[in-house]
Design a protein around this ligand. Structure first.
Ligand code: ZN
Length: 241
């Protein structure tokens, strides 16, 4: 089985289409979306449409919860909150109804996925430290857990309670280890690399590859500006921050 996995699309259709072009050549059997399809970018409805076309299994991120009114806007920084209100006003009823169907986590025979951490998925905790990773490793009933939310790709490996970061974004998994994989962000990378991120997980080869692809950033920026969304949401795309 080959999974194509992406997260934090954030309404950036140009970035998402570049990712989908990259995945089109990868003999993908199933697509997974780790949350935050909407928020920040100017094409939330179109991005949801692509997710539906792919029949991607999707979970909810904090921006879906914000748009649905399940999280108070005070939780978000002012620019994110502005974008959530904009998204509420520009997403049709059908798309909003789709967001309501998204669960907080997903599990099948191969993997688990959650936007933040397995401890309290609805709290959308940022998985950054090894102690936060340890909590999620404890709760993992599968070898691998895919996460998003930080917009920073990372592969964290655990064996006998020893945790470390993998040195590569392209690994063959060891049989005795468990893995937390942050697949990075399609639509708003924050690791100083502006290229869109996505991941391929091959269960036959036991490999995980996090890849990057460039996309027409200026087009996504122009849409953000024309929509009247906060200027910083446009400028940060070019900085990858
Ligand atoms: Zn996000």
């Amino acid at each position: 089985m080959r999974y194509g996995i992406f997260s934090d699309i954030h309404g950036n259709l140009e970035a998402f289409e570049a990712v989908l072009s990259g995945l089109a050549n990868e003999a993908i059997d199933a697509y997974l979306c780790v949350g935050d399809i909407v928020g920040y970018g100017a094409n939330p409805g179109e991005c949801i449409g692509r997710v539906l076309d792919l029949r991607a299994v999707s979970i909810a991120g904090n921006h879906e919860y914000g748009v649905l009114g399940k999280i108070d806007l005070a939780y978000f920084n002012p620019h994110a909150a502005d974008a959530i209100v904009w998204t509420q006003n520009h997403l049709d009823r059908g798309r909003q109804d789709f967001l309501k169907t998204l669960p907080l986590d997903f599990k099948n025979e191969d993997l688990i996925m959650v936007h933040g951490t397995l401890q309290k998925p609805g709290m959308f905790i940022y998985l950054i430290t090894f102690s936060e990773a340890a909590e999620t490793f404890k709760l993992m009933t599968r070898k691998v857990c895919f996460v998003g939310h930080t917009h920073v790709p990372v592969i964290i490996q655990e064996q006998d309670f020893n945790i470390h970061r993998a040195k590569s974004f392209s690994i063959t998994m060891e049989p005795q280890c468990k893995y937390i994989i942050n697949v990075g962000s399609v639509g708003q990378p924050r690791d100083r690399n502006p290229k869109a991120a996505y991941c391929i997980y091959d269960t036959d080869l036991n490999t995980v590859d996090i890849k990057r692809v460039s996309y027409p950033i200026e087009e996504a920026q122009a849409k953000i500006r024309n929509a009247g969304l906060p200027e910083s949401l446009a400028t940060r795309l070019a900085e990858g921050w």
